[in-house]
Structure formats: C-alpha cells, structure tokens
Ligand binder design. Sequence first.
Ligand SMILES: C[S@@+](CC[C@H](N)C(=O)[O-])C[C@H]1O[C@@H](n2cnc3c(N)ncnc32)[C@H](O)[C@@H]1O
Length: 274
Amino acid sequence: MLARMYVKLCDVSPGFRKFTRRYMYQFLAHQYQKDDWSLMNYGYVDLEPGAIPPHLEAEDEENRYCIQLYHHVANAIDLTGLDVLEVGSGRGGGASYIQRYLNPRAMVGVDYSENAVTLCSRHHCVDGLRFEHGDAENLPFEDHSFDAVVNVESSHCYGSMEKFLAEVARVLRPGGHFLFTDFRNREQLPELDAQLRATGMTLLAQRDITPNVLEALNRDHDHRIDQIQRGAPSILAKLVKEFAGVKGARIYKQFADGSVIYQSFVLQKSAEGV
Ligand SMILES: C[S@@+](CC[C@H](N)C(=O)[O-])C[C@H]1O[C@@H](n2cnc3c(N)ncnc32)[C@H](O)[C@@H]1O
C-alpha cells in the first residue's frame, strides 16, 4: 500500500522522485561502506543458445550477473583507447569493470550521491579511473569531452529525462556513442522512444532485455539474499529485498508479468556534431 503510494507520488512529481532517490542512495552509501557491495543493478544473462559467458577474474565472480549487464551494454562498441563517462556510477563496480576489462583511455564515473563518490574513490584505485560528484541533468564537463557515455539502470530516478539526454548530447564528441539501459512501465515506453528520437542521435540498436534481466534475478537470488542478511539491519531487510529485486519483490513480479520492461539502446551522435 505504502509502496504503491510512493510510486504514484513519484509519477506525478519527478522532483519528489529525484529528491527521495538521492536521499536513499546517500543513506545506503553511508550505512554500508564495505567494498563487498559494488554494483546495484538487476543483472543480465545472455540467453542465446551456445552463448559463452564473459571471462571474469575470480575476484569479480561474485558480481557476475551485475557485471554481465555492463558487458552487454558497454561491449556494443569497441571502447579501446576512448574517453568514457558513466553517469549514475553508484558504488563504482561497473566503471571499474569497464576500465579493467575494456581498455578505454580514461573512465570517469559521475553520481549525485556524494557518499557513493567518496566510497568509489576509496574502493576502486584503478589507473585511468576516477569518480566525481555531479547531477545527470547538469553534468560538470565541457562540451565534446567524451567518446562514449554509459548509463546503467539510473535514468528512472531522474527529474527530467530530457535534460539528461541534452547533457549526453552536449558532452559527447561528434560521432560519439550513448550506451544506455534501464526499465520503464510498459505505458511509458512510447514517451521514452520519443525522448530518444528528439535528441537527434541515430538509434543503432534497441532491445527488450526483460527476459535476460529476469533470468539474472533468478540465478542471483541466493547471493542477493545472502548479501542482505550480511549487510542490512534486520528492520530494513524487507525494504532492501524489494530494492534488490529478489524473487517475490514487486519489481520482480512486474518484470515477470510484462508490466515493466527493461531495454538496452545504442545511439550515436552525428559526425557533424548535431
Ligand atoms: C540503481 S543504481 C545503479 C548504479 C550503477 N549504475 C550500477 O549498475 O551498479 C542508480 C544510481 O544512479 C544514481 N543517480 C540517480 N539519479 C542521479 C542523478 N540525477 N545524477 C547522477 N546520478 C544519479 C544513484 O545515486 C545511484 O547510484
């Protein structure tokens, strides 16, 4: 009942959604500061017959499903030697994966939770990787600073998707790529399509990956429950299970019944820079 009221309020007031989500991510980063929780997405499994899962170092195996979402999104283009920005980098595990495995020249993670940025700078000491505090709707970078912008499961928190997309187009160099994934209620999909079209960027790929995300949540269920039991105060365990999308959580059921759809996109800014 309370959860439904909260979602309704967020729908009618994007400002309320942005404020409350920021408070939640600030709280989580302050409350749990250990480095054994570095990714916060619902994960991905490649369901193509014969698909070979990406090779990961032993230290990354625990986060395999969350990393596979980054692998799916960021491998859409070759990032070797490029300047890459992640907006909404959370606890930094995704940006760290990109820098360590995909060989960009440099990688910057930006998040509007100062606490998360502080944690990231402490936990992820990787050459070429840094973290900054900043708002997706007002990015602290010059025009034409990056070859690629990555955005994973963050945009549903924003006050204005249009402002965010205008910022992506501004900071990308001509010919740069926007590698994007997130979920929306089914009835919000046409609005998202229109918002992406209005950027003037070319849509190179669009996929419904809901079955891939749902399968990741199935396979990662025990790991998520274990993490929650280890890390969350028992009074918050129920809420954190909802947030983590374990089996039985509202978002898990919505992915399963098709009322919420998870998509991935590849867009490209034109070579003329428009
Ligand atoms: C579900 S988490 C995903 C984090 C990370 N991408 C991952 O997959 O682990 C969403 C993240 O987006 C960040 N975020 C939400 N709104 C933001 C905004 N307006 N500007 C920058 N970051 C934002 C949150 O602080 C949070 O870290």
